[in-house]
Design a protein around this ligand. Structure first.
Ligand code: PLP
Length: 402
């Protein structure tokens, strides 16, 4: 096996070698194309005096609806608030079948809307919720929610069938998935609604922000009222809403970011391919599986570490990478059902695939304009750590890490 070494030392940083990135490597950096036209637009918005409820949000909503082939796109202040308003509008005040292996904002939104997560296990290959694990849990549930995890499309057809048979709505947490496609169709048009995030760690960003897409006119209307305190316009609030509006300034940043979305996804695909090619032959590492024909966003570059063959656990690899000055994250560890906020739901049903995935995951740096040499540098550092796994595992700096 020939792997091009790009660093000066073959000794991992944790064993006293030079770190792979002496100046440090961030986990994520937002990518915005040439900002000059954006700045001009922001100046026009500021000069107009209309900072909210204006034409820029409307333009963003039209652009997104057209792009995703849906009737309605409703811009909101965040994916979290979009999920809260969606679950509220759908009357999900009861059990909601959803993965525990997802970002906490999903279960939080269910709770804020008066519902209760009923956690279902995930599929071992994709790490998205397993429709066959959802099926036995839908009795008495008010909704099903699934996450296109890391931007990998869910098995939408089976989830549709399971939720449809139970007569309950299916809501996608599509925070990672703007620009993804399932069997050729854009993510955004599946289920009752899909909820996107435009926060800074996502592939397209507004600084902060979210979008709910749906073909249901009544739901879209409820979301428009709900994001504005529940006020339908006459200050006689129809229900208890939020201030979950997106500002004109955020909408302008989002429109600008969206222009480069396809290019950014294409770049991430190339970078992820380069990463895995550099790691070819290293045992005990794999990524979440994407079905042939689907387009993922590669929102995260996530590894599943099998500690036996690799020689170190995901936590140990993350700690060793810290000594290479490479930031990593445990997306998603601990899973929601193991978090303090959900302790009252214990004992959780058995979630063996979730537990294993949570122990095994490590996400490493990836952003759209990351240099290929940086991606190779991280992969090389992982190779080096693996080649020295025994010494790394037993070295004094690693004593605290399981
Ligand atoms: C980021 C994220 C959210 C929350 O998005 P915000 O826009 O920050 O509220 C929800 N779900 C998942 C899966 C996420 O990664």
């Amino acid at each position: 096996m020939t792997i091009l070494r790009t660093t000066s030392s073959a000794v991992p940083g944790v064993l006293g070698g030079d770190p792979a990135f002496p100046a440090g490597l961030a986990f994520n950096r937002p990518s915005l194309p040439d900002t000059r036209p954006l700045l001009a637009r922001l100046e026009r918005i500021l000069a107009s005096g209309q900072l909210t409820n204006g034409p820029t949000v409307a333009e963003l909503e039209e652009r997104v609806a057209a792009r995703l082939g849906v009737r309605h796109a409703v811009a909101v202040s965040s994916c979290t608030s979009g999920l809260m308003l969606t679950f509220q509008a759908l009357g999900a005040r009861g059990p909601v079948v959803m993965p525990s292996f997802t970002f906490s904002a999903g279960p939080h939104a269910v709770r804020w809307a008066g519902g209760r997560p009923r956690f279902a296990d995930i599929a071992a290959d994709s790490l998205c919720v397993d429709p066959e694990r959802v099926r036995p849990l839908v009795a008495g549930a008010r909704a099903v929610s699934a996450t296109h995890l890391y931007g990998t499309p869910c098995r939408t057809e089976e989830l549709d069938e399971v939720a449809g048979a139970a007569g309950i709505p299916l809501v996608y947490d599509a925070a990672h998935a703007l620009g993804a496609r399932r069997r050729g169709r854009p993510i955004g048009g599946f289920g009752k609604a899909e909820v996107f995030s435009l926060s800074p760690t996502k592939v397209a960003t507004g600084g902060e922000g979210g979008l709910v897409t749906t073909d249901d006119a009544a739901l879209a209307e409820a979301l428009r009222i709900g994001r504005n305190y529940g006020n339908p316009g006459d200050y006689d609030c129809a229900f208890v809403g939020l201030n979950a509006r997106m500002s004109e300034l955020h909408a302008a940043v989002a429109l600008h970011s969206l222009q480069a979305l396809d290019e950014h996804i294409a770049r991430r695909t190339v970078l992820a391919g380069l990463f895995w090619r550099t790691l070819a032959g290293v045992p005990g590492l794999r990524g979440p599986r994407v079905e042939a024909g689907d387009v993922p966003t590669h929102k995260d570059l996530t590894l599943l570490v099998d500690a036996g063959p690799f020689g170190l656990s995901a936590a140990q690899l993350g700690a060793a990478l810290r000594h290479e000055r490479v930031e990593s994250r445990r997306y998603f560890h601990p899973p929601a059902h193991a978090q303090t906020a959900y302790r009252d739901l214990l004992p959780a049903p058995p979630l063996p695939v979730t537990e294993l995935a949570a122990r095994s995951v490590l996400s490493v740096p990836l952003w759209s304009h990351m240099a290929p040499a940086q991606v190779v540098g991280v992969a090389d550092a992982i190779v080096r750590i693996h080649e020295n796994a025994d010494a790394v595992r037993t070295c004094p700096l690693m004593q605290e890490v399981a």
